[in-house]
Write a protein that binds this ligand. Structure first.
Ligand code: ASP
Ligand code: MG
Length: 404
């Protein structure tokens, strides 16, 4: 008998009829002779409602009590799903995160999993039960409840699949898998049958996120393969694993678009050691994540420094920079503009040349101007004006032959 871990996200368990549908699905897997652990999220919207209630009482509630509150959403779902399974004749027991053995460090709201002590779950599986586990939560050494960051049920599923050495870990969600591009922008985008952890991480950091990033990082670190698939269909999804053979010859696996980027610039920056470092120190101290960076060749001892930050950080970034530059010694704050970042991602780039030239030529042929460029080992990103973002995505998708 092999063990399968299935995770159902908030939209898959949104209401009673959804929960009943999930129960029927779990029953099928169980009836086929598998042991099943089901990890669930809170019903869609519930975690946000809980947060709103807390904020209606206090602007800054304590982290500890926030975690106690936030774990409630998942606790509701496990009980309802266990009841739904029971009503279909499937023996099922629910367990909260701490009952399932999720031991974490002390960091409230973004705790790290130290260990999954899965003996109790194993025992219940041996007794023939489907075990329904609350995602997103654990307990720290002091016995306080902790949570794993938004979207953290993905992490729970991966971690327990690893601890139980499950045969497979299926992440059921509201999309059919990982696509070569956002199908709303690129109508002929395809579902990718298999992709590596690192490509999925690069796609996520470039704007196409299907899962919690921490969960994918955890899977990569501990090499726990999983599948992302739709809970609304029976079609296979995308396998995520360490190495994907067929993809090694593929130059580009997917194109991602990130519309939430602002370009910030500092002009007339003195061309001396430490001037740029000081700018980025200020950014780091204000908790701003800097992405693409370009500094031009200095002229007359002055250089221009341009970089991108997430839209939600832009105001904070500008405020901090204004303060930093106010003494007049170290440059001027330029005008910030919205940009769109389009990235092509693929492990095949490591061993092939010509990806950049194919990408840039395709953009040039379409008359799209590149404002900034940045690269990593398996990714090339360009910043373009917002009005060209969608078209640049389609152009790149076509240039690398990713369409159906
Ligand atoms: N309920 C939590 C959230 O909304 C965790 C999850 O859905 O995975 O972020
Ligand atoms: Mg989720």
């Amino acid at each position: 008998m092999s063990l399968i871990v299935q995770k159902y996200g908030g939209t898959s368990v949104a209401d009673i009829s959804c929960i009943k549908r999930v129960a029927r699905r779990v029953k099928k897997t169980w009836a086929a002779g598998h042991k099943v652990v089901v990890v669930v999220s809170a019903r869609a919207g519930v975690t946000n409602e809980l947060i709103e209630r807390a904020k209606a009482i206090r602007k800054n509630p304590s982290d500890r009590e926030m975690d106690v509150l936030m774990t409630c959403g998942e606790q509701e779902t496990i009980a309802l799903l266990a009841m739904a399974l029971d009503s279909l004749g499937v023996p099922a027991v629910s367990r909260t995160g701490w009952q399932a053995g999720f031991i974490t460090d002390g960091l409230h709201s973004k705790a790290r999993i130290r260990e999954v002590k899965a003996n109790a779950v194993r025992k219940q599986l041996r007794a023939g039960n489907v075990v329904v586990v609350a995602g997103f939560q654990g307990v720290n050494d002091s016995g306080d409840l902790t949570t794993f960051g938004r979207g953290g049920s993905d992490l729970s599923a991966i971690a327990i699949a690893g601890a139980l050495k499950a045969k497979s870990c299926q992440i059921f969600t509201d999309v059919a898998g990982v696509f070569t591009a956002d199908p709303r922008i690129v109508p002929n985008a395809c579902k990718i049958p298999a992709i590596s952890y690192e490509e999925l991480l690069e796609l996520a950091s470039s704007g196409s996120k299907v899962m919690q990033t921490r969960a994918v990082e955890f899977a990569q670190k501990h090499n726990i393969p999983f599948e992302v698939r739709s809970s609304f269909s029976t079609k296979p999804g995308t396998q995520v694993k360490k190495k994907v053979k067929s993809l090694e010859d593929t130059l580009v696996s997917g194109v991602a678009i990130d519309k939430n980027q602002v370009r910030v610039s500092v002009t007339e920056l003195p061309d001396r050691p430490g001037a740029a470092a000081a700018v980025f120190k200020v950014m780091a101290e204000s908790g701003v994540v800097v992405d693409m960076i370009v500094q031009n060749v200095a002229r007359n001892g002055k250089a221009n420094l341009t970089f991108t930050v997430p839209t939600e950080d832009a105001f904070r970034a500008e405020k901090a920079l204004k303060e930093h530059l106010s003494d007049g010694s170290g440059g001027k704050l330029g005008r910030s503009t919205n940009i769109v970042k389009v990235s092509v991602v693929g492990v095949g780039m490591r061993s092939h040349s010509g990806v950049a030239s194919t990408f840039f030529e395709a953009l040039a042929n379409a008359g799209i101007n590149m404002l900034m460029i940045s690269t990593s080992e398996i990714k090339i990103s360009v910043a373009v004006s917002p009005e060209f973002g969608d078209e640049a995505t389609r152009v790149a998708h076509r240039a690398f032959g990713l369409g159906k």
